[in-house]
Design a protein around this ligand. Structure first.
Ligand SMILES: [Fe+2]
Ligand SMILES: [Fe+2]
Length: 495
């Protein structure tokens, strides 16, 4: 129902009609609906990479509009004249705690009231505009504060500067606007595309998004640091690449491979560990390299050798990021199962390896700037953003998938791995030859994200689901349940 309604709105928008909706409160369902429409509009206009940016900005603007209406409502309850400056100060003292502590009550009261928020979208030749209007005038003090914040936000180059400012400056008031301005700056939409206006009846925030974005060359301190970090990484060990080549020889003697592998004890341990992991379905415990090769086969062994070595390089350099690797292991399990379920048996090993390594870049990102990363993580969680990549991209101007891509290139990893790492959050951008590898890695990662409650079905790329004939939410849920069951069946007996 929601899927087809949002598709219809996107079609009307493309025909040049103004599309819109009204709401009284920004509950989850409303935000999900609007996000879904925006996603479709952007996808159809070749701007899908702006998805997270636009959705985040929209959400901030809508929340502010609802807040402005709530303020009027609250002043009404308190019998305070909002236009009287003393009464305004008095009311504002208690308003903030009131609105946080009484969300459900405020939502109900707004629904009963005449206070509404209207969202309009309109396409024109060179771009499109989004207007969020609420039917109360803005308070002059508020207008002054907003203008000052926007001006201040324009002076920031990256998030480390905001971070320094707000951590010594109370609870990070007005962070939403700062975020919005930085999003506009770094996405190439431009800071001046957001306008806030008001008359005696209403307040309107308008955002104009051009189809042709200005190229941005934001090169800030952290980005510089991360890029240096990547270029300082050791190269991929020569002996591993040789060993991998050896495994690719169809005539190779298993014993020779086992022998060579055993010369590297820590690699042997990793191979055994991965062979005993959930991905390889077996009831028996593998103790020796020869058993491992027999069981998992040469092709899988190649994947495991590469994955283990990549991990070893990163683990030696940075403190261990167990959580990320655990997530990658689970993603790899799902990816393998999905490939089998979708009849892509031929690329099972590639998909498995791609998923094992897809978040490589996260490790470098997290270790380069840990205090900032932690803060970004909190911000992402608190603001209900779907993925940490949004904040990374905005704050640093580079996402973990791009960092991963750079590492993969430095290590001369095969092109399919480079693409899977690079596009695991934006699968539609991949090249035709690696579509299945990238799509399945993307889906496997999303399954984990859904389990972590960071996404839901409506955020998935339709094109990806269609490729594997997953027709609707029920079919998707059934697939996910099946994957979960398979995973659980394997895990207990392994660990
Ligand atoms: Fe990722
Ligand atoms: Fe991931």
């Amino acid at each position: 129902m929601v899927l087809s309604k949002t598709s219809q709105m996107a079609t009307n928008f493309d025909r040049g009609e103004t599309i819109g909706l009204s709401l009284s409160y920004h509950n989850k369902a409303v935000i999900r609906f609007i996000s879904s429409v925006i996603t479709k509009i952007l996808a159809r206009n070749n701007l899908i990479y702006l998805q997270d940016t636009i959705i985040t900005i929209m959400r901030e603007i809508i929340v502010n509009a609802v807040k402005a209406n709530s303020k009027r409502l609250y002043f009404g309850f308190q019998n305070l004249d909002i236009n009287d400056s003393e009464a305004y100060l008095l009311g504002m003292e208690s308003f903030k705690t009131f609105i946080v502590d009484n969300q459900d009550f405020v939502a109900e009261e707004l629904k009963k009231s005449d206070y509404k928020v209207f969202v309009y979208l309109k396409k024109f030749e060179s771009g499109f505009s989004i207007h969020v209007r609420n039917n109360t005038p803005i308070h002059p003090t508020e207008m002054q504060r907003i203008t000052a914040r926007i001006e201040k936000a324009k002076t920031y180059n990256d998030f480390s500067e905001v971070y320094c400012d707000v951590t010594d400056n109370s609870e990070g008031e007005g962070l939403g606007l700062v975020l919005t301005v930085l999003f506009l700056k770094n996405s190439g939409i431009g800071v001046n595309s957001l306008k806030i206006s008001s008359d005696s009846n209403m307040t309107q925030a308008s955002l104009v998004v051009p189809f042709q974005l200005k190229p941005v060359t934001v090169m800030n301190k952290i980005q510089q640091q991360i890029l240096e970090e990547v270029s300082d990484l050791p190269t991929f060990p020569e002996n591993i690449l040789e060993l991998e080549k050896l495994c690719s020889d169809p005539e190779v003697d298993y014993r020779l491979v086992a022998e060579r592998l055993s010369l590297d004890p820590s690699l042997s341990v990793s191979v055994l560990k991965l062979s005993n992991s959930a991905a390889f379905i077996t009831r028996r415990h593998i103790d020796t390299i020869s058993e491992a090769i027999n069981l998992i086969g040469m092709k899988n062994l190649r994947s495991i050798i590469i994955a283990s070595s990549a991990r070893r390089i990163l683990d030696e350099r940075y403190s261990s990021f167990r959580q990320i690797w655990d997530h990658c292991n689970k993603t790899a399990f799902y990816a393998r199962q999905l490939a089998l379920a979708f009849g892509c048996g031929k690329i099972v090993q590639n998909v498995y390896l791609a998923a094992l390594l897809h978040d490589l870049g996260k490790i470098v990102l997290l270790s380069t700037s840990s205090a900032l990363s932690e803060w970004m993580f909190t911000l992402t969680r608190d603001r209900g953003l779907r993925t940490s990549t949004v904040i990374e991209e905005v704050s640093i101007g580079i996402s973990h998938s791009s960092i991963g891509e750079k590492i993969a290139r430095k290590w001369n990893l095969p092109e399919y791995l480079v693409e899977a790492i690079q596009w695991h959050h934006a699968p539609l951008n991949c090249s035709e030859s690696y579509r299945d590898i990238v799509y399945i890695t993307y889906l496997a990662n999303k399954l984990c994200g859904i389990e972590g409650k960071r996404f839901d079905y409506y955020f998935l790329e339709e094109e990806v689901l269609q490729r594997y004939h997953v027709e609707d939410e029920a079919a998707f849920m059934a697939l996910h349940e099946d994957m979960k069951r398979k995973y659980l069946e394997q895990v207990p007996q392994k660990y």
